[in-house]
Design a protein around this ligand. Structure first.
Ligand SMILES: Cc1cc2nc3c(=O)[nH]c(=O)nc-3n(C[C@H](O)[C@H](O)[C@H](O)COP(=O)(O)OP(=O)(O)OC[C@H]3O[C@@H](n4cnc5c(N)ncnc54)[C@H](O)[C@@H]3O)c2cc1C
Length: 394
């Protein structure tokens, strides 16, 4: 006897899980949304400080969120669109400048606090009659599964029956572990330092990235004129930088960024996030399906992690469209096959970029310079790269 019968249960109401729950409920499915954390505090007021966790949201992801009516819920004053991207390296003299106008777009993406996207999605889920929340709660056990679905017990003691369980509970996914799905993971040997900083000169609505031998440093524009920095540093170097006081940190940061925006004049608290890659061999097992970071984790250098997750949601919502019919294995296998290969390719590409841009051997510096110059001076190729990036790579 179960406490609830659903078509789909979703474990995790982060950006990807909440988006999947909402999109599938919009398609007419009855959804159970299980989230471990307690209800978040109120939304920030317009003049509140910006959170340290932000994401570059691509135009494709924005379109996915717009179609669902989610993007419109974001406080417009805290969304910062960027029109250019500027990329260069510590070693070598080449640089690549991407401009949205070259592909007839207004922008190449938007920088938004993760908490705002989560809040907008979770509010929409609260208003959706087809979604029942279980919060704070988590899946404790998978009791049984057969061709028609599975039964799960939550920590609260509730027993739910669903045709499908989506594991959207992040990189460490406890739900994936319960299903016995194998994962290959490893450290990139780098830690990302994130902070919000003020600079002497304005950010010019540009996403800047300087590759250093110790890892890439990104300055992402925020709507309040500050920049959000993601400084991925080799672990030993990250420990040195993290130990600096605020003025030492601002000085080291300005220097690492070649003072492209003048001196760094102030910085917020800093946060350190170890960088890990992850590939899952099985995406579907015992009617448990992976989505978002539970399925794939990539280096933040290309700002694609959650964008890949939104593409996961998009495909799944295109495949599951008829709630009057049982959810068969065919669409689930198709989703798993397609997204596994697409995200694997993207992950390999980002890993290779991270390696190549970390090299300081002269022949590799020359080769890299040559590659960057070729991109910069070949307009059709540059446009093709931009088109790929705005479409979430895959
Ligand atoms: C430094 C850094 C910068 C980044 N920048 C970008 C960027 O610019 N652009 C981009 O696209 N991506 C970026 N990413 C990646 C992006 O942050 C992630 O891909 C994204 O947050 C993953 O979302 P998710 O919903 O899959 O998982 P998560 O955000 O991890 O959410 C998982 C949810 O599941 C819940 N949960 C956990 N365990 C359970 C359980 N047992 N039961 C129920 N619920 C549970 C959690 O509370 C949480 O709400 C960056 C990552 C890092 C580290």
């Amino acid at each position: 006897m179960s406490d609830g019968e659903f078509d789909i249960a979703v474990a995790g109401a982060g950006m990807v899980g909440a988006c999947a729950a909402y999109a599938l409920a919009q398609n007419g499915y009855r959804v159970a949304l299980i989230e471990a954390s307690v209800e978040p505090a109120e939304l920030p007021r317009a003049d509140d400080q910006y959170d340290l966790r932000v994401s570059a949201i691509s135009p494709r992801s924005r379109a996915i969120l717009e179609t669902l009516g989610i993007w419109q819920r974001l406080p417009a004053a805290r969304v910062c669109y960027y029109e250019q991207m500027s990329i260069w390296h510590q070693h070598g003299s080449a640089r690549v400048e991407f401009d949205a106008a070259d592909i007839a777009r207004d922008n190449l993406g938007a920088i938004v606090e993760n908490r705002l996207v989560q809040h907008a999605l979770q509010q929409a889920c609260h208003e959706q009659a087809g979604i029942q929340w279980y919060r704070p709660d988590r899946v404790q056990a998978l009791l049984d599964d057969d061709d028609s679905g599975l039964t799960l017990r939550l920590e609260s003691g509730a027993v739910l029956r669903a045709q499908l369980l989506l594991a959207a509970d992040g990189r460490g996914s406890p739900t994936r572990r319960l299903a016995g799905m194998q994962v290959r993971a490893g450290s990139y040997g780098q830690t990302a330092l994130v902070a919000n900083v003020s600079t002497e000169r304005p950010h010019q609505h540009t996403a800047w990235q300087r590759f250093l031998a110790t890892g890439p440093l990104a300055f992402l524009p925020l709507a309040n004129g500050q920049s959000s920095i993601v400084w991925s540093c080799d672990d030993d170097f990250a420990a040195e930088v993290a130990a600096l006081d605020d003025s030492g940190f601002c000085a080291a940061l300005g220097d690492a960024f070649e003072y492209r925006l003048g001196a760094v004049t102030a910085c917020s608290a800093r946060r350190q996030l170890p960088l890990v890659w992850q590939v899952c061999d099985e995406w579907l097992m015992r009617r448990v399906l992976l989505i978002g970071d539970a399925a794939h984790a990539v280096h933040p250098l290309a700002g694609q992690g959650v964008n890949l997750g939104f593409s996961d949601v998009d495909l799944l919502a295109q495949l599951l469209v008829d709630p009057s019919r049982p959810i068969g294995l065919r669409p689930l296998r198709r989703y798993a096959r397609q997204r596994k290969s697409e995200t694997w390719l993207a992950g390999q590409g980002f890993g290779a970029l991270k390696w190549f841009y970390g090299q300081s051997l002269p022949p590799l510096v020359l080769l890299r310079d040559l590659g960057m110059r070729t991109v910069e001076n070949t307009p059709w190729f540059k446009r093709a790269l931009m088109q790929k990036a705005v479409q979430n790579i895959t």
